[in-house]
Unconditional design. Sequence first.
Length: 342
Amino acid sequence: MRRRALISAGVGLVVAVAAPAHAGTRRVLHVRPGDSVQAAVDAVTGPGWTIVVHPGTYREVVNIPAAKAELTVRGAVRDPHAAVIIHDNANGTQKPDGSGTYGTAGSATFSSAAPGLTVRDLTLANDWLRADHPDITGTQAVAAYTYGDRTHFENVRLLAHQDTLFVETTALTAFDRQYFRRCYIEGDVDFVFGRATAVFEECHFHTLQRDVGFTPKGMVFAPSTARANPYGVLAVRSRITSGAEDAAYKLARPWVPSYETTAWPSLVVRNSRIGPGIDPVAPYTNMREAYPWQTMRFREYANSGPGAVISVPGNRPQLTAEEAAVHTRRTYLGDWRPYERR
């Protein structure tokens, strides 16, 4: 396996500056190569700030606390390849202070608990590789860990292998909402996972090739929706492609965490194109035999492509047209409508 080449332009830009905008109601911080994105986050003093990340590669961990509400972090240009925030911690990586390992959530390159967060026009990546660390068994390595209500990602690339995107909530009883539009997300094992009410619209999910002798090589989704939450993960008008051989991947498996054994994972994939990398005969599998996928809220509707062919109907539960009318971005996100922004 090779470490990804993440090429960025714009090296040589220097100082970060702060300036008022929008008649003094908002402030903007500029981050340029040589600066720190985390330092800009730390400099935010209230809600409604914008951090503009100029083209370059920023090798660091970024953590946005809940107090930095309504924050926007965006690339200075529209091309998400230009500005890259990247690091390489894994679940099993030892912390420098000797206090233990990072754990899955702690491995994230980018994490946020801030309500009203907007991220756009960036790449967030974790380039930790299993092949480089054969001694580590905790191979989850998260690119982005988001657990604030009204989290909005637009035109963002999310790159990792296992557990790329952790869509979580602020508490077991919270139904925090997240919206991803026109994002590119790649990985191998459970690379979109968590408890949030998360809508993916016009997104591109890509499964990676893995140098292993078994199948499935991985799964795209692993939701862990709370039983009380009527809505979990929704992927609509999206597409799934693969760098692996045909049928090497599963669409999903349910995650019932040991700390929340009442979870009832929910996933709807609809009006999307599913490529041949997904096993069309048996697209779902179990994470634990005690929680079979057949008892979970897994449904599809009006999908196309070779990975969406229904050859064994019992293996691909479908929504009725009446049910599909409920599983929309409007229903999932309620009174929050980020898709109406201009």
